[in-house]
Design a protein around this ligand. Sequence first.
Ligand SMILES: [Zn+2]
Length: 251
Amino acid sequence: MPLEFLRRKGTGTPAGKAAAPLPVMPEPVPEEVVAQDHQLRLNYSAKTSTGVRLQSGPQGLNVLGHMLEGLATTDVEVVPARETTLTIASPNIIRTQEAGEWLRAHGDASPITRHALYVLELLDAIDPAYDTFAGAMLDGEVDTSGYPEYSAIVGGVAAHWDESTGDMIVRAVVGWGGKGARGDTDRIGAKLLGGLLTNILANQFALGLTTIERPVPAAGRGGLVCAHCGFASAHERAFYCPKCGMRLLRG
Ligand SMILES: [Zn+2]
């Protein structure tokens, strides 16, 4: 505060009488606003492979974790598809109900797995409504809190059941991103995706590559509802539940 201003305030005011407020001159509206810019660029990427058809059977999901052997640099965490009651779960913090469901489903997962699910679900590379995900850190470092750095690559395999045959369909998935980008991440990601696909195909139950339509959850009511897990499929010709692999019962 300028001293001149302080001095003027005390002088010439009779004792016991409050100082008259200084007249406030209205600030002229500047013709051009001086703006301070704030900007955040987030960049997320993911790659998914073609699906590999696996003979379905009791071995089911137990083989998924092994498909990361030789590629995972941390423990592999297997995340089952979300409870069917969590219908609106979404990793979107300002949509509090959706975020609440998402945390109920995935809040206890490790920071690496939460990062992987966040990136892969945001980009629609996996759909945890019916995909089972086995994932780990594949390349790069974590920060001091244990979360992957933007240049780190996470990923693994995502599996669901073919709605017409009941076979298990497994895809390789990798993802990365955040506040930054590095030139060689895409190339390393592609190489890791290839390594994962090789591992899937090397599995004793693998029957070969397959291209099938991804399942479509029936939003709200309607569709065929699985009597075992409650998943509702929008595909009218679905015979098997894409989430739990059980035969759908027709009325
Ligand atoms: Zn089911």
